[in-house]
Design a binder for this molecule. Structure first.
Ligand code: ADP
Length: 453
């Protein structure tokens, strides 16, 4: 641990690691501080994919997509409230982010669809394994190969502003052996993630979500919002908290059941065995439909073909989250669903699927396959707090802004800690894309700043 660096990155999620690698490759001396023993934050838990358009993967698979469609889908998913400058930077740089990963040996050549997407644009590893873990491990390999230091169990307590220059000039850390220490930096990047684990902040900004469990890792306590506001930053969209519709939470642990299960063909039913929503609409709408049932959640139904297309299901099976039935009737009984209702629903769904139109709910993605390969499976799910859309106010250069929209010199933020990109509701696959798009942008912009200060 040195006393000074060009860049201090706070947080070891995909945002912080990407920014550190980019800045290091541009010549900066970088260190990453991570408060927990484990690295990867919420990024490591990401299950769906990384959204990008016009990639060679899409074209090789015959998917013709466009930045304009990516922009329109994200804006619609966000209720039209997304920050247009951030959104524009995002959709125009997702493909180069994807390529950057590819050149760093992080290869995402399988495609799937998430709720609200008009094309398959969520990229994931070829073997369809969990994308977040793969991404974090790939980035970690790069850190090691490039000799970029990462200090775990080292919490950043405070940002220090030089009173004369008004620039952020140091951070105060709590190191496991050295105790509290000031580390000088020419610039600081806040990449500390969201606040879904902070009950006080949730109660203050988003009391509507209190009482629900969360899918988040324990470090998601909103430290970045406190660090940034203490030196004059503005916060935006703090009341916007995403509830993920499909979370298994009947035991002690909370398990997010990736949207990819629906993307590959699973449907959702109520206790009568009936569908009640377009399963591939946005997360906020699916959650609202489940809440409206008033049945303590709902049940995902799928078959052996979906299981094979989404191998994470093997993990859910191994830990006992999944009911398995040799026949539909068998499954309905185990899952406590109406047998005749479920049988009728599957018959209708398979007929609609074969005809290519979902007459009941107009579902347009995840209908490539019917549900007719035994054995059949069911998972009981219920919505849980998943993502905090709001946070530190930045511009498209990742500069942290005051209430007067003035950049705080030497202070940058990117990833879940920031607010504005996603509007009212984030689309699946956009958070990982955000980490790499804005992580790279931060690395680049900070280098520019450091070279001239
Ligand atoms: P993103 O998706 O934006 O990269 P993540 O949730 O993946 O966000 O990662 C954020 C990381 O920042 C987590 O590993 C978290 O433990 C870490 N972190 C949060 N607050 C601090 C802090 N005060 N000091 C150091 N690390 C922090």
């Amino acid at each position: 641990l040195a006393d000074n660096y060009d860049l201090v990155v706070i947080g070891s999620g995909a945002t912080g690691m990407t920014a550190a690698i980019q800045a290091h490759e541009l010549g900066l001396r970088v260190a990453i501080f991570e408060k927990l023993a484990a690295l990867g934050g919420n990024s490591r838990r990401a299950s769906s994919g990384l959204n990008a358009v016009e990639t060679f993967v899409q074209l090789d698979q015959g998917v013709i997509d466009a930045q304009s469609s990516f922009y329109a889908d994200t804006l619609k998913g966000g209720g039209g409230t997304n920050n247009p400058l951030l959104l524009n930077y995002f959709v125009t740089h997702a493909e180069s982010a994807f390529d950057w990963l590819y050149r760093h040996d992080i290869i995402l050549t399988d495609l799937t669809a998430m709720g609200g997407m008009s094309q398959k644009r969520a990229h994931r590893p070829a073997n369809k394994s969990a994308v977040g873990n793969y991404l974090v491990e790939g980035l970690q390999k790069q850190l090691l190969a490039q000799g970029i230091p990462l200090f775990t169990e080292t919490k950043v307590l405070k940002l220090i502003k030089d009173v004369q220059t008004e620039q952020i000039s140091a951070v105060k850390i709590e190191h496991p052996q050295l105790g509290q220490k000031d580390i000088t930096a020419k610039a600081v990047l806040i990449a500390t993630g969201g606040f879904a684990q902070n009950q006080t902040l949730l109660a203050k900004y988003a009391p509507q979500v209190l009482g629900r469990k969360t899918t988040n890792h324990p470090g998601a306590t909103g430290d970045g919002m406190a660090l940034a506001t203490a030196v004059g930053s503005s916060l935006v969209d703090m009341n916007k908290v995403q509830i993920h519709p499909t979370v298994q939470q009947d035991g002690d642990h909370v398990y997010l059941i990736g949207e990819g299960v629906r993307g590959e063909g699973a449907i959702l039913v109520n206790q009568a065995g009936q569908r009640f929503v377009n399963e591939m609409t946005t997360r906020d709408k699916v959650t609202a439909a489940i809440d409206a049932l008033d049945e303590n959640g709902a049940t995902l139904i799928f078959d052996q073909a979906v299981r094979e297309a989404f191998p994470a299901i093997n993990f859910y099976l191994a830990i006992g989250l999944v009911w398995e039935g040799a026949t539909l009737a068998d499954l309905a009984q185990k899952a406590g669903l109406d047998v005749a209702g479920l049988t009728e629903t599957l018959h209708t769904w398979n007929t609609s699927q074969a005809q290519g139109t979902d007459v009941a709910f107009q579902r347009a993605t995840g209908i490539e396959r019917g549900l007719n390969h035994a054995p059949y499976y069911a998972i009981h799910i219920k919505p849980a707090i998943h993502y905090t859309m709001g946070g530190v106010k930045i511009n498209a250069l990742t500069e942290v802004l005051t209430d007067q929209e003035k950049p705080i010199l030497g202070l940058y933020a990117a990833g879940e800690v920031t607010g504005g990109l996603h509007g009212d509701n984030r689309m699946g696959g956009n958070s990982l894309a955000e980490t790499v798009v804005f992580g790279r942008q931060a690395g680049k912009e900070i280098t520019k700043y450091v070279r001239t200060h």
